[in-house]
Ligand binder design. Structure first.
Ligand code: 0PR
Length: 395
């Protein structure tokens, strides 16, 4: 830190210059996050001083957090459940796994080698979590449609199993596991069924209302114990806004750690000091848009997804799978170099480390038909240049 301070206008100018170098949303085709709703940004800034780690001070903010949790519980068909707002999918998944492990311990059935049954495409946040919590993944290969097969899950449950994870919207392919089959297959086996709906939680309920053929993933499915859902992804809230939701009214209280102080209640999240701004912004966005607003946004996202998929097919490309949500994965020889070529041209897409030679394109609210119209020719240009051996220069 410098000894003398820098005048505010200079600080502003320097920060603005750096932010101006961030890639504009209209060139971003790899992100599950999107430009947050302006009302959320405005309300987050009005609450930037708040800290949900001390709810004796921030009483109003705490009430707003409770209200948001209730809105989310309603969205996943469990108004009588419990939950907390957290920093995102990783923290939510971590809390779910800790509760699963401790609940097995409480029932006297935690073995020396607690296992979690997961699909081979489960999100990488679980790799971090399993390491931290001493859990061993039992990996079930996905089927041809990239789903976790319910029958195989049931077969892999042993006396060591503390949890099963289903994914309702993978960020890699946008596929939704058949939670409605996995729930009944797991029910009665005394293991915790966690649904990672970080990506799909704000898409699937509205897409189903619009008539899309997607499996039910919420607490209406027997056996589902907890759900991760992230407002900062398709919920249009500013980062960091995630949530962990549980079936039982007391379940969220199982993750509880005392503070030093008599008067400060226990913490139910991993973070201690945590942003009330996220809760306030999420509340603003959910209240303002309502179900109708989210349904309209979802409808548009699916229209643009179809438009993008059609455009790719018309250009002679083959999709890896039919998109279930708003992620299009297209087979593309030379994908890594094409992605780099696109990036040097200002476009951000992603390629899979595991399913090589594919390009992954994410449609979120900022990806409009106009963006697709600009992107498709840029993609063909990048392909031609890579085929012609043009050097890729990345900054
Ligand atoms: N579970 C699922 C299904 C996810 O999709 C993600 C993140 C997580 C858990 C972890 O959530 P947090 O990152 O909030 O802790 N999925 C995105 C991904 O891995 C995260 C992301 C978002 C990456 C925007 C890049 C980006 O620009 O693709």
């Amino acid at each position: 830190m410098r000894t003398d301070g820098v005048p505010a206008p200079d600080v502003r100018r320097r920060i603005a210059a750096e932010l101006a170098d961030d890639v504009p949303w209209t060139r971003v085709l790899n992100s599950i996050c999107t430009e947050p709703h302006p009302l959320g940004v405005e309300m987050a800034s009005s609450a930037s001083h708040t800290n949900l780690g001390d709810v004796r001070i921030f009483r109003g903010t705490k009430r707003i957090e409770r209200r948001v949790v209730q809105l989310l519980l309603d969205l996943v068909a469990n108004p009588g459940g419990s939950g907390n707002l957290v920093s995102g999918g990783t923290e939510a998944n971590l809390i779910a796994m800790l509760v699963a492990r401790e609940s097995a311990r409480g029932k006297g059935r935690l073995t020396h080698r607690p296992e979690v049954v997961v699909s081979s495409t489960v999100h990488y946040s679980f790799t971090k979590i399993f390491g931290l919590l001493g859990l061993t993944p039992v990996v079930v290969p996905v089927d041809d449609a990239l789903h976790l097969p319910a029958g195989e899950v049931a077969r892999r449950i042993t006396e060591h199993t503390v949890a099963v994870i289903a994914t309702a919207g993978s960020s890699e392919f946008g596929v939704v596991d058949a939670v409605d089959e996995i729930g009944p297959a797991v029910s009665g086996r005394d293991v915790h069924l966690h649904v990672d709906a970080a990506t799909g939680g704000f898409i699937i309920p509205f897409a189903r209302e619009l008539g899309h053929d997607l499996p039910q993933f919420d607490f209406s499915v027997d056996g589902v114990d907890s759900i991760t859902i992230d407002p900062h992804k398709y919920g249009l809230a500013p980062v960091p806004a995630g949530a962990i939701l549980f079936r039982g009214a007391q379940d969220a209280g199982q993750f509880a750690f005392d503070s030093f102080f008599v008067d400060t209640p226990a913490h139910h999240t991993l973070l201690g000091t945590r942003p009330g701004a996220a809760a306030v912004a999420t509340f603003a966005v959910l209240e303002h848009l309502g179900r109708d607003g989210f349904r309209d946004i979802t409808r548009t996202n699916f229209e643009v997804t179809g438009y993008l998929a059609d455009g790719l097919r018309a250009a002679g490309h083959e999709l890896l799978a039919e998109p279930q949500l708003n992620i299009v994965v297209v087979k593309m020889p030379g994908a890594t170099r094409i992605s780099q070529r696109l990036e040097s041209d200002g476009w951000i897409v992603s390629t899979s480390k595991r399913f090589g030679e594919t390009l992954r394109l994410v449609v979120n609210r900022h990806v409009t038909r106009e963006v697709v119209d600009a992107f498709l020719p840029a993609l063909e240009r990048a392909r031609r240049e890579v085929a012609a051996g043009v050097e890729v220069v990345l900054r």
